[in-house]
Write a new protein. Structure first.
Lengths: 846, 260
């Protein structure tokens, strides 16, 4: 039987190409993901190990929240550092200060991503240089007016040595002279961040207090025992306010952290690889079904000469195994290439992944080969059962028998039950109040999709009839023939269409949700935000309350309302409270008060959003027993209730209520209304009021919209990219189906040619069949995607009032157009083959 | 089209020539594998005549039909349908010629399983974008006795009925000539006789020209004329044959074949 299987495999090389390709691409995705994550994980681990190479003990200060002057206080002082230095076995101690510093580039715009703008202190050794930051050019900063920065940062910002650099930590803008450029392999910097270096005294003045440090990094003298050293260092530092960790433990912590991050990325990628493989199953199953139906005679003959049913099944499964192994091995190789390519592409886009050898672990090899092979064998299992049912007597019949079309009744019942359950779950999910019920929605989505896939043969009839009516109208007889061909084998058309449907369902769902979310955000800015500008800081460090008054004095500004975010617990529910200026809040947002009045909101009297009031059953005049975070119990009263408003949040109060004794008050944002609307000049004046601080973001409606659109768009695009492979495999499936159909219909095509259908007509017929199948997949996919995004969106809308499912018609039309293009493209090769068939041989073909 | 023109008066004697081969040769392969399938064949197929081409396997009878019908290319010589020289036609023109001027009946797989009998019958005209003449179509369908079966798909028809659909398809477009390749090869003798009867009837009653390749003497007995091929040449001709006469000739070929 092995020999039969091998012979069969080789006899149908060309026909199996597409199936191999489908398995291969899925496996490449899997192995590419595994190799990539192992390689990057290993490189990151090495890089972090290298950073910690010389670290025997680390003493990290727990920084207390900044008090009145914005600066942190730590327990690590010059004195502590001296004590640690005196511990026997200590070779050297670095006393580090770290903070954020946002640089303004030459053009005034901030440099790098906000969360990766590092500042540190330059610690020259006896030779006047800091070994941790090797100088590339110039010298280290030595005075309050000097600064150094990473070479990459300077290049990005356009600064040269000698230039005056403008930057901000979290206060006003500072200006210092650039004196040196250093090299660094800090992943945050290589990944698009920035690094500036200040002299220690300046850094302490900016972030801590004189004589204080964030971390003491101890390196050991040769021969010193790390554990003993750690114990002794622990004894030398204050017991409270600092954590002492050995270098080994630190490396361990880091590697666990890295592994966790890596795992999250890997499992996301593997999910999409799984979708791609799942799509591949349809193609494999299609191929084996077709191969077996073409081989009925052969199999009957095998049975007639004494092969048992089991042997027939085994022969088919061996064939599938061989195919799976071959495809997996090639896919594995391709995956390694993909992994290498991804790293290069990401690094070309400033991802800053460290270099390192390619890691191909035995687990990766085994997992890839096993996945590919198991998927192939599983997909071939049902067709193989069918092969076993072929009766030996068929070998003797003179007429070619085709398998009688099997009834779809059982399948339809099963599909209706599963799909019905899925739809019911989704309807239920759409009424759910909380986004925590996401797993329910995911289960419902999965059931709905499975149901539709099972029902696809049934659905193919009306849908293909519909599209076929159009092709028939447009292309006459050839269009009608194409439709009939697509209808001829509903299971095959369904499987091919389903493969395309899966990718499109997810893509459509994602697109609709993204579009709707975008519109909701737009609506918030356009309807609720009546202010012309929102001013925030890119580090979320907040704005000095004095700036609010300063802003109000900018010419043209008619109202400024600060917002200070806070929150309290009301029973079990967390309520977001915004402290604001109640005299101006109504001018910067469209606040509709339904009960009481905002004028009454002061002291312990607050205003509640209507949904919060409804949920808790409170109305004006009633009291609220709440606890602020930090267990501060307060007795509040409700002074007003307003229509839900995303800018005002759940509750509004006077500014003093949200003040805390430990923290200096800060405005999280300022909303600014001007007399003549947003203009470039006003924006410039506002920025000037903040000293052209690179930390401060002055955004008008358009800026806000673009920022949100960018975030949502990036997420949607990422999903498009990850689902790309599934769609490519589905296209391979369409090609596969067409190629096999053309092969099966050789004689028919010969006859059509003989009675006068030109080659172009044959090509068109195949192309239209392909388009009909692709459109079927697209309609299913878009339809299911729309339903799921509607149901999921309704769930989302329960907690996000402005959200409402909106259809991105342009995108949907684009998807249909892409499906059309896919149909035409997939048909290129099969159509050419069909047109090239030798007529006489085709007519006589057996 | 008037009904009178649609069903012309029966004529037996014919003057015109529907198709003609002159020094027609067809050679396959080159060098050692060179096979001469047709060797300077010259033959005429008269309008309104039912001609059978007979000969043992490998005699070139199918090749002759394929060449005359524009299904195969010719190596040298001339093949004409009416006044049209096939050798001069390109791929596209040949396809058009087959569609507009020639009808085909094959041994099997004549029909598209996805189309109904009626749709199969009008298929060549649909491809050409022409409308069938309803009166003529009815006449043809009635002649072959398919009236009640027009909405059936081939899978629901017997082999004989399927072949009748093929005959109707060949007739309905009123081609200049119909080529039939072993049209009864897959049928039982009763169905076969019916098909041959229709073909004969189409020639006698409708003035159709039919050329049929067969190796069955009984089938050849329905023809007005039998042309015998052997080794790529025409070796004998019979007019108004009986199946016995045909059988007799064939025995002689076989005998000669064996003694050689």
């Amino acid at each position: 039987m092995l020999r039969t299987a091998v012979r069969n495999l080789f006899a149908h090389k060309a026909r199996l190409m597409m199936t191999v390709l489908a398995v291969l691409l899925g496996v490449a995705f899997v192995s590419g993901t595994l190799v990539f994550s192992d390689t990057v994980g290993n490189a990151l681990k090495n890089a972090s190990a290298k950073n910690l190479d010389d670290v025997a003990v680390s003493v990290q200060a727990e920084s207390e929240p900044p008090k009145a002057d914005d600066r942190r206080t730590t327990v690590l002082t010059d004195k502590t550092a001296a004590k640690v230095r005196a511990v026997p076995g200590v070779r050297a101690v670095r006393a580090d200060i770290t903070g954020d510093a946002v640089l303004a580039a030459k053009d005034g715009k901030p440099v790098g991503e906000a969360w990766q703008n590092l500042a540190a202190n330059y610690q020259p050794g006896p030779d006047g240089k800091d070994g941790r930051y090797p100088l590339v050019r110039g010298r280290g900063p030595a005075a309050a007016g000097e600064i150094a920065m990473a070479e990459a940062t300077a290049r990005k910002a356009g600064y040269r040595i000698g230039d005056t650099v403008r930057f901000a930590t979290n206060g006003p803008v500072l200006a210092k002279k650039l004196v040196g450029l250093v090299a660094t392999d800090d992943p945050k910097v290589t990944a698009g961040g920035s690094l500036v270096l200040l002299d220690t005294a300046t850094a302490q003045r900016l972030y801590l207090h004189p004589g204080q440090f964030d971390e003491l990094v101890v390196s050991a003298a040769p021969g010193a025992d790390e554990a003993a050293l750690t114990r002794e260092v622990r004894a030398a530092v204050p017991g409270k306010g600092a954590t002492v960790t050995s270098g080994t433990a630190l490396a361990e912590e880091q590697s666990v952290l890295l592994a966790e991050q890596n795992k999250a990325l890997t499992s996301t990628l593997l999910t999409f690889a799984g979708i791609a493989l799942f799509v591949g199953i349809f193609i494999i199953a299609n191929t084996f079904t077709m191969l077996i139906s073409q081989r009925r005679r052969e199999i009957a003959l095998l049975r007639a000469v004494g092969a048992s049913r089991r042997q027939v099944v085994r022969s088919v499964l061996i064939e599938a195994t061989l195919l799976g192994v071959v495809a997996s091995v090639v896919g594995m190789g391709l995956g390694v290439g993909i992994a290498t390519g991804i790293r290069a592409v990401l690094n070309a886009n400033n991802a800053g992944l460290p270099d390192g050898p390619l890691v191909i672990s035995p687990v990766t090899v085994l997992a890839s080969l096993a996945t590919g092979t198991v998927v192939t064998v599983l997909a071939a299992w049902l067709p193989s059962r069918r092969a076993a049912k072929i009766a030996p007597v068929e070998a003797l019949s003179t007429v070619d028998t085709q398998a009688a079309p099997r009834s779809l009744v059982l399948r339809n019942i099963f599909g209706a039950v599963v799909g019905g359950a899925g739809v019911a779950v989704m309807f239920w999910a759409s009424t759910l109040e909380s986004s925590d019920d996401l797993p329910i929605a995911m289960l419902g989505s999965a059931l709905t999709m499975i149901g539709v896939i099972v029902l696809a043969p049934l659905l193919s009839r009306p849908l293909v009839f519909l599209t076929g009516a159009v092709t028939g109208r447009l292309f006459g007889t050839v269009g009608k023939l194409a439709k009939e061909n697509a209808l001829r084998n509903p299971r095959r058309t369904a499987a091919t269409g389903s493969a395309l449907m899966i990718g499109l369902t997810l893509i459509t769902g994602m697109t609709v949700v993204g579009h709707s979310a975008q519109s909701a955000v737009d609506r918030m800015t356009s309807t609720q935000l009546t202010a012309d500008y929102q001013i925030t800081t890119s580090t979320y460090s907040g704005l000095d309350p004095k700036l609010s008054a300063k802003t109000a004095q900018v010419p043209g500004v008619t109202a400024v309302a600060p917002l200070r975010n806070s929150a309290f617990l009301l029973g079990e529910d967390a309520v977001n409270l915004n402290g604001t200026d109640l005299r101006t809040i109504g001018r910067v947002t469209d606040l509709k008060v339904v009960q009481g009045s905002l004028g009454a909101v002061h002291g312990d009297a607050v205003a509640l959003a209507k949904s919060v009031a409804d949920k808790t059953g409170k109305h004006t005049g009633q009291s609220l027993d709440v606890s602020f975070f930090g267990d501060k119990k307060r007795h509040l009263t409700v002074a007003a209730v307003y229509e839900d408003n995303e800018i005002a949040g759940d509750a509004l109060s006077d500014l003093p209520l949200v003040a805390t004794p430990t923290e200096r008050p800060k405005d999280d944002s300022l909303l600014v209304k001007t007399a003549h609307g947003a203009s470039e000049a006003t924006a410039a004046q506002l920025r000037a009021a903040f000293g052209d601080n690179p930390l401060v973001k002055v955004q008008d409606h358009e800026d806000l919209r673009r920022e949100n659109a960018g975030q949502i768009g990036m997420l949607v695009n990422m999903v498009y990219g990850l689902l790309g492979m599934a769609v490519v495999i589905a296209v391979v499936g369409v090609i596969n189906t067409l190629a096999m159909s053309v092969f099966e219909r050789t004689r028919e095509i010969g006859m059509l040619r003989a009675i006068g259908l030109a080659r172009t007509g044959i090509k068109r017929m195949v192309r239209l069949e392909s388009v009909v199948i692709s459109l079927f997949g697209a309609v299913l996919g878009i339809g299911v995607g729309l339903f799921l995004s509607w149901a999921g969106g309704s769930m989302l809308a329960s907690s996000w009032k402005l959200y409402e499912t909106l259809l991105p018609w342009g995108r949907l039309a684009l998807f249909v157009a892409i499906a059309l293009a896919v149909g035409v493209l997939a048909a290129v090769w099969p159509a050419r083959r069909a047109a090239k068939l030798n007529m006489l041989e085709a007519i006589g073909a057996q | 089209m008037s009904h009178a023109a649609a069903v012309p008066a029966p004529t037996l004697a014919t003057s015109g020539v529907a198709a003609r081969a002159a020094d027609l040769s067809r050679v396959y392969g080159e060098g050692e594998t060179r096979v001469v399938a047709l060797d300077s064949v010259s033959v005429e197929f008269g309008t309104g005549q039912f001609t059978a081409i007979m000969g043992p396997s490998g005699s070139g009878k199918s090749t002759l039909m394929h060449c005359m019908a524009g299904l195969d290319t010719i190596s040298s010589g001339s093949a004409r349908i009416g006044d049209v020289e096939l050798a001069a036609l390109g791929e596209k023109k040949l396809t058009q010629l087959r569609r507009d001027k020639i009808g085909f009946i094959f041994q099997a797989f004549n029909l598209l399983p996805t189309l109904t009998a009626a749709e199969n019958i009008t298929l060549p005209m649909d491809i050409a974008g022409r409308k069938p003449d309803p009166a003529w179509m009815n006449a043809v369908i009635e002649t072959v006795g398919l009236s009640g079966r027009l909405a059936h798909r081939p899978g629901q028809l017997s082999g004989g009925q399927q072949q009748r659909v093929a005959v109707a398809r060949a007739l309905v477009a009123r081609p200049e000539i119909i080529f039939a390749d072993e049209p009864t090869g897959n049928l039982d003798s009763r169905s076969g006789a019916e098909i041959l009867g229709f073909l004969q009837e189409s020639v006698r009653a409708m003035g159709q020209t039919v050329v049929m390749v067969t190796h069955d003497p009984v089938a050849a007995g329905y023809a007005d004329r039998v042309v015998f091929l052997a080794d790529g040449r025409i070796v004998e001709e019979l007019h108004r044959p009986t199946s016995d006469a045909v059988l007799d000739r064939m025995r002689r070929f076989d005998g000669r074949g064996r003694t050689q």
